[in-house]
Ligand binder design. Sequence first.
Ligand SMILES: [Zn+2]
Length: 81
Amino acid sequence: MPFTGPHGHGLDPCGLVVVGNADRDWREQREQAFWCHFECFRRLLGDDGVLYIKDADFATNGEAADARAAEEAAGREGETE
Ligand SMILES: [Zn+2]
């Protein structure tokens, strides 16, 4: 089902995952995913600017992982033994 129309956003489809018992071990947690247009979620939240996910330069999970790996590699190169 395409997410298009007046509520469409470049980030759609969007999913919101609620993690119950988030302070417990993963096996003790419960998860439920909700699906919503990004704009509808933003309005529901009364977006006050905390949704930095929408910033064009906000890293994807892969980009963030690559950046962390690059920083780690640079840190190792800087080490002297
Ligand atoms: Zn909607």
